[in-house]
Design a protein around this ligand. Structure first.
Ligand code: SF4
Ligand code: SF4
Length: 281
């Protein structure tokens, strides 16, 4: 079972929910941290050992001897990553997303496949036996989706393993790529006008993926009741409320999952997991 934990904006407590759920799920569990721009699951769940693998994207390599400067590759490239001028071919790798179309468009077979490293995936086991995989993008690298795909490729295919995907915030391609294919999506929000606005955007996006949605209200008690009214009107079940709590915030700041220090929360997260299981079946 794959459960995506997402939110329309950062800072809602998505990673905290992912990690505390992972520590409360009965049976084997794997956490995929898909927020390759700013992975932080491993700060709450440190790895005992770390296996590192590079992630590459395809880029074109030009053979200037074979090239007749037809400009067909430049005309094809949707991202304007190729410029053919008096000085020959200029290629801007950071604009290339590896579609391969320029290779097909060249009449002289003057382009072959090369590769460019975008970052790495790191994976390993925690002291609690949770398998964590995360993507680590090179500094300044704009192409995040291939790294997310590489993280997702490491999802366990074994029966009975619960895979929790901590997704990037927002509603753009990285979030959609991360949530896509999940059995259930938990949207974490907070009861404020900003929280409501971003929740609405996230719900609209996830509904297009036709994935069932549940809501976790974090920092319950602050703000107003609009998030609750919206969820009721949209028939979105609120599966868990986590109160605004100084103790929980302090534990998070210290890198400590709060279910380990506040044991009354473990059964609540286990109930959350059981409810999701029932809703998927
Ligand atoms: S692989 Fe695609 S995006 Fe990259 S340069 Fe070629 S056509 Fe442009
Ligand atoms: S399509 Fe091929 S021949 Fe034409 S400019 Fe590009 S590399 Fe050169």
């Amino acid at each position: 079972m794959n459960i995506a934990i997402a939110s329309g904006k950062g800072g809602t407590g998505k990673t905290s929910v992912s990690v505390n759920l992972a520590l409360s799920v009965p049976g084997p569990v794997q956490v995929l941290d898909c927020d390759a721009d700013a992975p932080n699951v491993h700060t709450l769940l440190p790895l005992k050992t770390e296996e590192i693998e590079p992630v590459f994207t395809m880029i074109p390599e030009f053979d200037e001897v074979k090239c007749t400067q037809s400009k067909k590759c430049a005309a094809f490239c949707p991202n304007h990553a190729i410029f053919v001028g008096k000085k020959g071919i200029q290629f801007f790798p950071e604009l290339c997303y590896g579609c391969g179309g320029c290779i097909l468009s060249c009449p002289n077979q003057a382009i072959k496949e090369g590769k460019r490293q975008l970052g790495v995936t790191k994976s390993g086991l925690t002291a609690e036996g949770v398998q964590v995989v995360y993507g680590d993008l090179n500094v300044g690298e704009p192409l995040v989706v291939p790294v997310i795909k590489a993280v997702k490729n490491k999802a366990s295919k074994q029966n009975g393993v619960t895979v929790i995907l901590d997704c990037p915030p927002g509603v753009s391609c990285p979030m959609v790529e991360s949530v896509h294919g999940s059995d259930y999506c938990l949207l974490v929000t907070e009861p404020t006008p900003f929280g409501l606005h971003d929740l609405q955007l996230a719900v609209d996006t996830i509904r297009q993926l036709e994935i069932p949605i549940g809501v976790v209200v974090n920092r319950a008690g602050i703000g107003d009741k609009q998030v609750y009214s919206y969820c009721a009107s949209e028939h979105l079940p609120i599966l868990l409320e986590i109160p605004h709590s100084r103790k929980i915030a302090e534990l998070f700041a210290e890198g400590i999952p709060f279910v380990t220090q506040l044991p009354e929360w473990q059964p609540k997260f286990e109930d959350l997991f059981r409810t999701i299981e029932e809703r998927i079946e």
